[in-house]
Design a protein around this ligand. Structure first.
Ligand code: ATP
Ligand code: MG
Length: 657
């Protein structure tokens, strides 16, 4: 490291707040700090600002109807179509030849769909779906990897008013069947296979296995992604996508008029806590919120090329690969494969090649990039970037600073966006052109949201104290219910802190958090992830952040394990960075860092170094299994893991110690 670099690193390490660069603020979509007061003073009418991003076929009567709270209704009696808003209106406004989707396959092939192309393809497929019998309000399931036919199918469904339910392609056959049964979904769009690290994966066999457990008749459309690389036969009730689209090429399908409160889609939560919930999102509120937050938080403009590296199978992909960016007329990049194929600089190559302006990814990916080293981004010109974002988990300050420095070149704000499948869009984050940033803290609640950190009795806690995250006012992007389970909707999210007799409703996302004097919120993780050591309640996320703050530690998971004396004890599972050994010296550094930032009460019982951590397919650490290992329990189900083998390896190591 040069002397200059070393002093820069030292300065970064010290610094705990960052101002957005002047050059960013000057061009930002939102740069007036007055926006917070403006929204508060004018609530709920302030949300017309979100609705204004939509072309309404018929304007709404009321911004908000609270009469059936907590099932709130937004933009009542407004009429619109989501596919019209994402396609036709841009074509009508002269953007026919602007790229809507730039897709890149893992092997390097590319496809660009202009807004005009995309509209044609969506209309042809919508006509095909109708031909197969799909009617308004039928739930259509999609079990597809990152191929362009996935967003095409979603928009085709939106066009004819058929809600989609996307099941992440990495999920098992069983997960597919459960979701199709739960939603009574009679139509499925899938594909023959896709590429992972250069190998052609067979997806159709897994689909067919799932279909055998579906308890009703189904019709399946199969996209041929792999061509000759994978031969497959279609069953009698299966239709080839290309044939269907060819047959309906040139078709005109008028967008169906949908009510603001009509369901746009159903999305099951990622299942980190074990029981996926069928979240219902509506057309008017969701689309307005996705567009507004894409504008205000992601700072998107129609001229931008934007890349979110999530999978469309998660809510992040729904809101911030598809609906938000396309509603604004932006160019959205889609990548099929993994970040380390053919080499660990694949993402930076995609950014350079497409001159990406705004990049949005997950902390788990950033920690992997850190582990691989800065030489990979250094191979590429990343100067097109203007803004960076993260989502999915808390980002620890060291990873934040690495991202800021080595990807953003110290010139791009970073938005750390806290939100959930249930919230539809961003909730807690800085506005990149307004607020200073504090690595490790997501920021304040967005304008118009009333986020409060409360204690067990529902009273607001003091700055610096840990409590429960709550949202005390509704917002347009919120879920309306859990599909066909209104009771669970209330018990899951509204029971804890609401006062139904007084008709006062408080949304509880089941995360813990703390707030500082500036109103900046640090999310501490799920409330279930609290460890009780000798009567002291410790947040796993805080201890994790201390562990990954150590140079040489790439990633860490902290869990509680049963302990005879303390009740529970802290166990740290850590991945060493490339070039470091998981030795006594590193262990000592981890212990000291935890001592310093939390105190000796949090001192780990054991630090276990491992090359990998058990992760769900959405990239979240499966703490439940690590708890079982630490407690010496029989291991639970590992079938939802991306890397089940790692569990046995870790367990063997803990036993042998
Ligand atoms: P399930 O609800 O089925 O267990 P899940 O909660 O992982 O799954 P998602 O809706 O995809 O499903 O994830 C939302 C959760 O992710 C949040 O509740 C929070 O715990 C975490 N999260 C997301 N973004 C952030 C962030 N920026 N900072 C901290 N935590 C975050
Ligand atoms: Mg959740």
């Amino acid at each position: 490291m040069s002397q200059e670099e070393a002093s820069l690193e030292a300065r970064l390490e010290e610094q705990d707040t960052f101002e957005p660069p002047e050059s960013f603020v000057e061009q930002a979509n939102v740069s007036d700090p007055g926006i917070y007061d403006e929204f508060e003073e004018n609530w709920p009418e302030c949300w017309e600002r979100a609705a204004d991003f939509i072309d309404w076929e018929e304007s709404y009567d009321e911004v908000l109807d609270e009469s059936e709270a907590p099932t709130y209704q937004w933009f009542t009696n407004g009429k619109l179509n989501a596919s019209y808003n994402c396609l036709d209106r841009h074509v009508e406004n002269g953007a026919k030849n602007r790229a809507a989707i730039k897709w890149e396959g893992e092997l390097g092939e590319t496809r660009t769909y202009t807004y005009g192309d995309l509209l044609n393809e969506v209309e042809a497929f919508a006509a095909g779906l109708r031909d197969l019998g799909v009617e308004e309000d039928d739930v259509v399931t999609m079990y597809m990897p990152m191929v362009p036919e996935l967003p095409i199918a979603m928009l085709a469904c939106a066009r004819i008013g058929a809600p989609h339910s996307v099941v992440f392609a990495g999920f098992s056959a069983d997960a597919l069947a459960t979701r199709m049964n739960d939603a009574d979904s009679e139509y499925l769009i899938t594909c023959d296979g896709y590429y992972r690290r250069g190998d052609a994966l067979d997806h159709l066999s897994k689909t067919n296995e799932g279909l055998t457990d579906v308890d009703h008749e189904t019709t399946t459309v199969v996209v041929d992604r792999l061509g000759d690389a994978l031969e497959h036969d279609l069953a009698a009730d299966q239709v080839d996508y290309d044939e269907l689209v060819d047959e309906h090429a040139g078709a005109t399908v008028e967008p169906v008029t949908r009510d603001a409160e009509d369901m746009l889609f159903l999305m099951y939560t990622s299942g980190t806590t074990g029981k996926p919930k069928g979240v219902k999102h509506t057309t008017g509120g969701y689309l307005s919120y996705a567009a507004w937050t894409s504008h205000a938080v992601l700072d998107l403009e129609p001229e931008d090329t934007y890349w979110c590296s999530a999978d469309i199978g998660w809510i992040t992909g729904h809101s911030y690969i598809l609906y938000g960016p396309l509603a604004l007329g932006t160019t959205t990049v889609m990548y099929e494969g993994t970040p380390d194929y053919p080499d660990k600089d694949r993402f930076w190559e995609i950014i350079e090649k497409n001159r990406v302006d705004v990049f949005y990814t997950a902390p788990t990916a950033i920690r992997a990039f850190m582990k691989w080293g800065k030489e990979y981004p250094e191979r590429h010109d990343l100067s097109s970037l203007r803004l960076l974002g993260t989502v999915g988990e808390p980002i620890n300050p060291r990873a934040w600073k690495w991202y800021y420095e080595h990807i953003g070149g110290g010139e791009c704000p970073v938005v750390d966006t806290w939100w959930q499948t249930e919230t539809g869009g961003h909730m807690i984050t800085t506005l990149p052109g307004v607020g200073k940033m504090k690595p490790g803290s997501a920021g304040p609640g967005l304008p118009g949201l009333d986020v409060q950190i409360v204690d067990g009795a529902g009273e607001e806690v003091d700055a610096g104290e840990a409590g429960y995250l709550t949202v005390q006012k509704p917002w347009p992007g919120m879920l309306r219910t859990l599909y066909r389970n209104d009771e669970r909707f209330v018990s899951e999210y509204w029971q804890e802190y609401s006062d139904p007799d007084a008709d006062e409703w408080v949304y509880f996302p089941e995360d813990g958090a703390k707030i500082d004097e500036d109103g900046y919120i640090t999310v501490l993780g799920r409330v279930d992830d609290v460890i009780n050591v000798s009567g002291h309640r410790l947040g796993t996320m805080e201890i994790e952040s201390a562990a990954v703050g150590v140079e040489g530690v790439a990633e860490a998971a902290v869990v509680g394990g049963d302990h005879e004396v303390k009740g529970e004890a802290v166990y740290v599972y850590a991945i060493p960075e490339d070039g470091y050994e998981g030795d006594a010296e590193l262990e000592q550094a981890v212990v000291e860092s935890i001592d310093d930032s939390i105190g000796p009460i949090a001192r780990p019982e054991e630090v276990i170094f491992t090359p990998e951590l058990p992760k769900t397919r959405s990239g979240k650490i499966m703490r439940r299994l690590l708890e079982d290992i630490a407690s010496g329990n029989e291991l639970g189900n590992t079938s939802t893991l991306r890397n089940p083998d790692v569990v046995d390896d870790i367990a063997a190591q803990v036993d042998s110690d």
